[in-house]
Design a protein around this ligand. Structure first.
Ligand code: ADP
Length: 676
């Protein structure tokens, strides 16, 4: 009950509406944020599914490649030794682009395909060398008797031997002795000859390497630095190009020697700042690891073969091998090989699925160069990463699959979010607009209600004053106490005037009621505006009480005919005159004039009264509206006079206008079209 009463008040209704709106907007906001969350969860689910699918494809691709590799290695491990070089070379050509090699390990040592990719061998090949006794005589002359000439002669004799190993041993010693004998040029010649024997072993090392390095030393001793540098370059290339099957220790020793000549800053450096031979070193390390693994009795590894990621000097190396009774054949590949030959082959899948793949070992160390951040802790809005552990895929690596373009995934999300946000904003605006309309409507309603109640009060007041005076005068006359004939006459006159005023008031209200209902009928006929004005002014003046007001009329002699309803137009003019007098208490004159313009007649009522403020000039033509002038001078009135004037003038297709200045007075102008 109390609630029903509370709700009846428009102000409370607005408060209620505001509350409901607030709850609505809050609910909308909450719904929006829930929607975003759900959308985001859905999006990451979608991305995850895509990545899972891609991860399966990638794993399958890698498994296939691994199976093919193992099959090929099995085949190579069983082919006859004579076919091995050709078969291996064919496999390498077809499958390995770079940074990888195939090695065959057997009791006879290590063979690498292509040989140039193996910097050093785990073991030096055991090659027969001449018995040391062959050089015993020469060495006795050289070391014990210091008879260099004799030793040189002896070595020269041996250097003509048919056996290349003996020749090599002799030339090495010849060079050495010639140096000692202070004949460096001749020593250079001997070394040069020795270098021709190239891979023939001398003291367990290739003759070519030993001879060319010795030449560098001699040249340096002679101070021929330019010549030494010139020769060091090709020697370095051969050394790094795996020309001779040497052990790691020999390789490191000669590499240092050669670098001392060819360049002052050590090993060549790649753009990345890392040694350019680092990948080759890692491969050689991988081969050494495989050698140790397969040779060691204690090895835990499967006898038939396996696959492994080994770390050599911080570089990951993939080693896959198969063993047969004759030999073990292994593929040893570095990071680049993995990226180019393994992942590179899967590129079409990666592009199609829009994913990036990175490989890591079981501990999570990146095996491939991680440009995608896949192995890092996934960040970003969706941040989805799919991992396939090595144990799960039976691959040597753990796979990390991420979206290749997380920004692209997010763009769709952002687009949807933008749409929803705009939708919510539009909805919110609509609600606010609705709120504004309701508040405005209610306040108008309130204003109208106030105006109406003012109107009722004003009308009652308007009625009461003439009624009171009429009642008093009638009582006085009825009592017979007014003796003077003249006084009685005056009283009757007042009663007549008051009853006419009442009559006009009632007529006015009735007409206004009809106008409002659209039921007032106009009787159109040609009317002389000049005559009509004159009549109205005369009547009005006769009506004026003795307030001392006078109306100055300025009209032409001619008649201006307009099509009009005479009564209605007279009432409009009367209302304007009535206001002019009412609202100019200090200036006792008002002016009325009629003029003829190009198209019509202008009727003007002018006063020097209170004037009307600019903000009131539009509203005073609305019903029940009373302006500041009516309040300050507490003039009688109902607030419908000007509304009637406007209604009448508009029915005549005319215009009503007001010009006014507060404190200066006002001019109301009616323009009507003349009757042609
Ligand atoms: P009422 O005169 O009964 O108040 P009207 O509709 O005739 O109602 O006029 C509306 C208002 O316009 C008046 O209350 C008054 O404030 C203002 N007004 C009208 N005519 C004049 C005038 N000649 N001078 C100053 N104010 C005027």
């Amino acid at each position: 009950m109390a609630l029903r009463v509370w709700v009846r008040s428009p102000r409370n209704l607005v408060i209620l509406f505001l509350g409901v709106t607030f709850v609505l907007v809050a609910a909308l906001g909450w719904l929006g944020s829930r929607l975003f969350q759900q959308d985001r969860a859905l999006e990451s689910q979608r991305v995850r599914e895509r990545l899972e699918h891609a991860a399966d494809l990638v794993a399958a691709g890698l498994q296939l490649r691994l199976a093919e590799t193992e099959e090929a290695l099995t085949r190579l491990s069983t082919v006859p030794a004579s076919e091995l070089p050709i078969a291996s070379a064919a496999y390498v050509d077809g499958q390995l682009s770079r940074d990888a090699l195939v090695v065959a390990l057997s009791d006879g040592g290590v063979r690498a395909y292509p040989p140039a990719r193996l910097l050093y061998h785990p073991v030096a090949p055991s090659t027969p060398e001449p018995a040391r006794g062959a050089f015993a005589r020469g060495e006795a002359l050289e070391f014990r008797e210091r008879d260099y000439a004799g030793a040189i002669g002896e070595y020269r004799r041996l250097a003509r031997s048919d056996e290349s190993a003996t020749r090599a041993g002799a030339l090495l010693r010849l060079g050495r002795t010639l140096r000692k004998a202070g004949r460096p040029d001749a020593a250079l010649g001997a070394y040069d000859e020795l270098a021709q024997l190239d891979s023939v072993p001398v003291d367990g090392l290739p003759a070519g390497l030993v001879a060319r390095c010795a030449r560098l030393e001699v040249l340096e001793e002679q101070g021929r630095v330019a010549a030494a540098t010139r020769e060091a370059g090709p020697l370095r290339d051969d050394l790094y190009g795996g020309r001779w099957p040497i052990t790691r220790a020999a390789f490191e020793f000669y590499a240092r020697e050669v670098e001392g000549f060819s360049r002052s800053d050590g090993e060549p450096v790649a753009a990345s700042g890392e040694s350019a031979v680092a990948p080759a070193r890692a491969l050689a390390g991988g081969v050494a690891w495989l050698w140790d693994a397969t040779q060691s009795e204690a090895s835990q590894l499967s006898a038939s073969g396996d696959r492994e990621i080994v770390w050599i000097e911080d570089r990951p190396v993939l080693v896959v091998w198969r063993s047969s009774a004759e030999r073990t054949v292994g593929l040893v590949g570095g990071r680049e090989h993995l990226e180019v030959d393994w992942l590179g082959e899967l590129e079409p899948i990666l592009v199609r699925e829009g994913v990036a793949v990175a490989l890591s070992d079981a501990e999570g160390h990146g095996v491939t160069t991680d440009t995608t951040g896949a192995t890092a802790v996934a960040s970003g809005a969706t941040g989805v990463r799919v991992v396939r552990a090595a144990a799960e895929t039976r691959l040597p690596w753990t796979l990390h699959v991420t979206s290749a373009d997380p920004g692209g995934d997010l763009a769709q999300l952002a687009e949807r979010r933008r749409l929803v946000t705009w939708g919510l904003v539009a909805l919110g605006l609509l609600v606010l607009l609705g709120l504004y309309a309701v508040v405005r409507g209610v306040s108008r309603e309130l204003e109208m209600a106030r105006l109406q109640s003012d109107f009722v009060a004003a009308v009652s007041h308007e009625f009461r004053t003439p009624l009171t005076s009429m009642r008093q005068l009638t009582e006085l006359l009825a009592s017979g106490r007014v003796v003077s004939e003249e006084r009685r006459g005056q009283y009757y006159d007042v009663i007549r005037r008051e009853s006419e005023r009442l009559h006009r008031l009632v007529e006015g209200l009735l007409d206004f009621g009809r106008m409002e209902a659209g039921a007032l009928e106009f009787h159109w006929q040609p009317v002389d505006a000049v005559a009509l004005t004159r009549n109205v002014v005369e009547e009005f003046q006769a009506e004026l009480e003795d307030g001392g007001h006078q109306v100055v009329l300025e009209v032409p002699q001619a008649a201006y005919h307009v099509r009009a309803d005479e009564d209605a137009l007279s009432r409009a003019l009367w209302n304007l005159l009535d206001n002019a007098v009412k609202y100019s208490p200090d200036c006792k004159t008002v002016w009325v004039d009629v003029e003829r313009g190009d198209h019509g007649v202008t009727m003007r009522v002018r006063d020097h009264g209170a004037g009307i403020a600019p903000e009131e000039r539009r509203t005073i033509f609305e019903k029940f509206v009373r302006g500041a002038a009516s309040h300050t001078s507490s003039r009688k009135g109902t607030g419908i006079g000007l509304a009637m004037v406007k209604h009448i003038v508009e029915a005549h297709h005319g215009e009503i206008e007001v010009e006014s200045e507060v404190g200066e007075g006002s001019t109301f102008t009616i323009r009507l079209l003349t009757e042609e």
